[in-house]
Design a protein around this ligand. Structure first.
Ligand code: MLT
Length: 262
């Protein structure tokens, strides 16, 4: 694991493989180890950059609130440090929200964008309220409340559940609290995707790939169908039988889909 000082935090990352750059951005409340099962299938084609988002894994947190856009700036800082001007990116779930924020802010630095088990829409009011409630519970009782609630929703596969439970248990409460607030306040970026279809000139100038399991119990596959409807040129890969963690549950199939970003 390497650590680099960017944007006022220490950002941890690893790098594997050879080829065109591909940054893989993990979801909530996980870390870059989310990609351990899939990287062996990708490392002969891509120079894979695997950051721990601020607060998660070995990256440090700063006092919240911070935004998806701040998290996107962290990734831009990492790319600057690595001397990479432009990269393909794929984000899992919350990682997808961060990559969308990155793509909005730095469209010229993205050669292709993959959204795995994610969505472009923002939170409806009740979900937003629920995130603040969960953040308060984490502050009071620790990460266990989220671990217990999320584990069964992430995957029906017992092996995958055991892996993600262990990863979630080692995360810092401050990371969960900061990310929950950042997710609650994130922008609805569906209109940004729609604007492309209507030719208003808003600059999503790279290929978009959406990957979603039809058994996702956390973010329904309809959220990806909505992206495809907003942006018909997007490639949509439906993974039959996959839950919220396709890069672990169906690593080979997910890697084959990500090859479209090449
Ligand atoms: C994730 O898996 O990254 C999050 O659960 C997504 C979310 O809560 O919206």
């Amino acid at each position: 694991m390497n650590i680099v000082a960017v944007n006022g935090i220490n950002l941890a990352y690893t790098r594997r493989g050879k080829g065109m750059p591909l940054m893989l951005v993990h979801g909530f409340p996980l870390d870059s180890s989310s990609w351990n099962e899939i990287t062996p299938f990708l490392e002969d084609k891509f120079d894979i950059i695997l950051p721990d988002l601020r607060g998660f894994g070995q990256s440090t947190t700063i006092k919240s609130p911070y935004t998806m856009s701040d998290m996107a700036d962290d990734l831009a800082g990492l790319l600057d440090h690595l001397g990479i001007e432009k990269t393909a990116m794929a984000g899992h779930s919350m990682g997808g929200y961060v990559t969308l924020a990155f793509a909005k802010k730095y469209p010229n630095r993205v050669s292709g964008l993959g959204l795995i088990s994610s969505q472009a829409a923002g939170d409806p009011p009740d979900r937003k309220e629920g995130r603040y409630k969960t953040a308060a519970e984490v502050a009071e009782k620790g990460v266990g409340v989220v671990v217990d609630a999320m584990t069964p929703k992430l995957s029906a596969n017992a092996d995958v559940q055991a892996i993600v439970r262990a990863v979630m248990e080692r995360q810092k409460p401050s990371a969960l609290i900061g990310a929950l607030k950042a997710m609650a306040e994130r922008e609805n970026l569906l209109p940004l995707l729609s604007s492309l279809r209507h030719g208003s000139g808003h600059a999503f100038i790279f290929p978009l790939l959406v990957i979603h399991g039809d058994h996702d119990a956390l973010i329904p596959i309809d959220r990806s169908k909505e992206i495809k409807a907003a942006m018909p040129s997007a490639q949509f890969v439906e993974l039959k039988g996959a839950g919220h963690m396709p890069m672990m549950e169906f690593a080979l199939e997910t890697s084959e889909a990500l090859n479209m970003l090449k």
